[in-house]
Design a binder for this molecule. Structure first.
Ligand code: BGC
Length: 365
């Protein structure tokens, strides 16, 4: 496959798009050209912060971290009440838990009509992970209270079913969500200099290793053995499993084998219907990032070329392409419902930057 765009150009373009998508508050909008994504997701934003750090733009990452910390602190009473209820065994309803997306000034989104699943725990874990990656153990004192609140929220709520990375299957637990929580708690342990969060992280990892492995590979969750591209996170970047751990290695090969489209893009999971279940640019770049870190140069090159090949006019990276659907009927129905797919998607650009920079995975010891 040939492409006229250079990787360096696309990294620079990504830095511009992410910077332009950062509100004065510090929040990153998910996509400026797709009204449904005019919110700041903790998951997308944490990866944008990691990318801005990797691209030599730490001030942007820090502004995001300060924004998240402010949002979490503004909910101190709510978090204390949720943690208290969880500890008493009084399980809150999903809509009572913290949201995963906020308006750019840190408020709950306005829900008009059908509620959009918002209870997702992974974003808080991924935020703690990104914060630790930015500051290491040298966390500024001003951020301590928010880290303590996020750690206590995740420590008491990690077992709850919630919506997954793809905002689906809210009645289940999910391996990638549990991994993000475990990574966040390990990060929290390091930043707070406390062992309790790490012990819970290890309990979560035992749960993943005993309940979420199917035929030698990680599955979407304890009740769903299908492979899911978000499982790359268990190694890259969370470093919870070595890339040559046999279960991790088999998972990655299943992602490459089962989730590759005919042209080599990576889909979310088999059975995905969102805009037809096409390959996503950020997932292809995520696998390319993992391949770079594991010395699979051919895989890394193929991912880079595929993503560059699917940049749109103006060198924007969309969420997904539309011409390799699993089920074409769902392309039209989603286009009718929500219009053209998100483009540019900041999270796509962040994963391209991470694939093409020196960004590494965590090492916890
Ligand atoms: C995806 C989420 C993502 C959000 C904003 C949704 O369609 O499923 O993973 O956080 O878009 O980019």
């Amino acid at each position: 496959m040939t492409t006229t765009l250079s990787s360096k150009h696309m990294v620079d373009q990504g830095v511009r798009i992410i910077a332009d998508g950062q509100a004065p508050s510090g929040a990153y909008i998910a996509s400026p050209n797709f009204p449904q994504y005019h919110y700041a997701w903790l998951r997308d934003g944490a990866y944008c912060a990691l990318a801005m750090d990797a691209a030599g733009e730490p001030a942007s990452a820090e502004a995001f971290h300060d924004w998240v910390a402010g949002v979490i602190e503004s909910r101190r009473d709510e978090i204390h009440s949720l943690v208290g209820r969880l500890e008493r065994g009084d399980i809150p309803k999903p809509h009572e838990m913290l949201p995963t997306r906020y308006t750019l000034d840190g408020q709950n989104e306005h829900v008009d009509g059908e509620a959009w699943p918002n209870f997702q725990l992974d974003g808080y874990g991924t935020w703690l992970y990104a914060l630790h990656s930015h500051f290491g153990r040298e966390l500024p004192v001003r951020l301590l209270p928010a880290v303590e609140l996020a750690v206590s929220y995740l420590s008491s709520g990690w077992q709850l079913p919630c919506f997954d990375y793809w905002e689906e299957f809210g009645h289940r637990q999910h391996t990638a969500t549990l991994a993000a929580i475990a990574a966040g708690l390990k990060a929290g342990s390091s930043m707070l200099g406390a062992s309790a969060p790490e012990e819970i992280a290890n309990e979560i990892l035992r749960f993943i290793s005993t309940r979420c492995v199917f035929d030698g590979a990680f599955g979407k969750g304890p009740e769903d053995g299908r492979v899911d591209a978000s499982l790359i996170s268990l190694a890259t970047p969370f470093g919870l499993y070595d890339s040559d751990d046999p279960v991790m290695a088999r998972t990655v090969e299943k992602i490459r084998g089962d989730l590759s489209s005919p042209t080599g893009g990576i889909r979310r999971y088999i059975g995905d219907t969102y805009f037809g279940g096409n390959p996503w640019l950020l997932l292809t770049a995520w696998l390319g990032w993992h391949d770079r870190l594991t010395g699979n140069d051919a895989g890394h090159r193929a991912a880079r070329d595929w993503v560059l090949e699917h940049a749109t006019k103006g060198d924007d990276l969309p969420e997904q392409i539309l011409h390799e659907p699993q089920d074409a009927a769902f392309v039209g129905s989603w286009l009718e419902r929500w219009g053209p797919v998100a483009n540019p998607l900041l999270w796509s650009h962040s994963k391209f930057i991470l694939m093409e920079s020196e960004a590494t995975s965590a090492t916890w010891n």
